[in-house]
Design a protein around this ligand. Structure first.
Ligand code: SF4
Length: 320
């Protein structure tokens, strides 16, 4: 274990190397439903919830980490997950309309929504009407959902469906991004689906903790940290993986210095064992959560964590 300390509160000399893409704390206060007056629409857009339009599976959202518009495919309408994160936005106590994946409907929705974006008709949605063009360029199609997408028994078929729509060539090329907590990356349907990923496609894997103890507090998982790390390592030896790490306060407490050191150590161990990690994304809880004990971590704290990770691991780090 490293005994070095985190950078001091003044990250001078370190933060300029980081990409600070936005200041989320003002416009995106998770407790506020209505925007503060005078906040520009572009900043507000990053706080809007997903919009399913009239779809069952496909939604649109402006994503800060994608730097613009993404289409998401909900692979887990049943809201199943191997984690129960303290910051999770999913309300699992509400009834599930239809837990199954209907591939035909999903394909139609994806096609229709891509056309909706491509034609510019997305501006008819009030929350998108005033956004700059750049923000409405499609960044990617995310395999994501109301739970952990790798738990979807039809994962491989969903990937096939998205790849099929892409191969039609009706729309400009889009990349697929799998957003996962990594616990199911070793499942057979997932392994099968990942074979269809091209070099342009990406996997963004969640890693919020460096110790099992902290993982129990933040992710409240039905899987071990060891399993998550093993799955990330296995995949990242084959193709680059983006690590997504959310840090927040729990009961008013920031993650401890020791926890951040341990988290950075896990990343270092992964790279030393052959994992290709193309980027570490560090951010905090943004939208309203069902758990009021989880709070937003200020940009200053996120920047300190990022600076420490960059210094310790040499990896590319971005703060959102
Ligand atoms: S992994 Fe995602 S869906 Fe699952 S509990 Fe955590 S935030 Fe929610």
């Amino acid at each position: 274990m490293s005994t070095s300390s985190l950078p001091s509160a003044d990250p001078a000399g370190l933060t300029p190397k980081l990409v600070i893409t936005m200041e989320p704390a003002v416009a995106l206060d998770p407790r506020k439903k209505a925007p503060a007056p005078g906040v520009p629409p572009m900043e507000l857009a990053f706080g809007f919830p997903r919009n399913f339009l009239d779809n069952r599976y496909v939604y649109v959202v402006i994503s800060p980490r994608a730097r613009g518009l993404t289409l998401g495919v909900n692979l887990t309408p049943a809201r199943t997950c191997t984690f129960d994160c303290a910051y999770c936005e999913v309300k699992r106590d509400e009834p599930v309309d239809s837990p199954d994946i209907d591939l035909e409907t999903l394909e139609k929705e994806l096609y229709r929504t891509l056309a909706f974006v491509e034609s510019g008709h997305i501006r008819r949605v009030p929350s998108f009407a005033a956004l700059p063009n750049d923000l409405l360029q499609l960044r990617h199609v995310a395999l994501s959902g109301d739970g952990e997408p790798t738990l979807c028994p039809r994962f491989a078929e969903v990937v096939e469906t998205v790849v099929h729509v892409r191969a039609l060539g009706r729309f400009p090329f889009f990349k697929m991004v799998l957003l996962t907590n990594a616990t199911g990356l070793d499942l057979p349907p997932v392994q099968q689906g990942l074979k269809l990923f091209t070099k342009q496609d990406e996997v963004w894997a969640k890693l919020d903790a460096g110790t099992q103890e902290y993982m129990h507090r933040i992710n409240r998982p039905r899987a071990t940290l060891e399993k998550v790390l093993a799955n990330i390592l296995s995949l990242a030896r084959q193709r680059p993986v983006v690590i997504q790490s959310l840090f927040c306060t729990i009961a008013g407490q920031e993650p401890s210095e020791l926890e951040i050191q341990q988290y950075a150590e896990r990343l270092k161990e992964l790279t030393e064992r052959g994992a290709k990690i193309s980027l570490v994304q560090i951010y905090s809880a943004v939208r309203p959560t069902a758990n009021s004990g989880c709070g937003h971590l200020p940009l200053k704290s996120l920047s300190r964590i990022a600076a420490y990770v960059k210094k310790t691991t040499g990896l590319a780090v971005e703060v959102f």
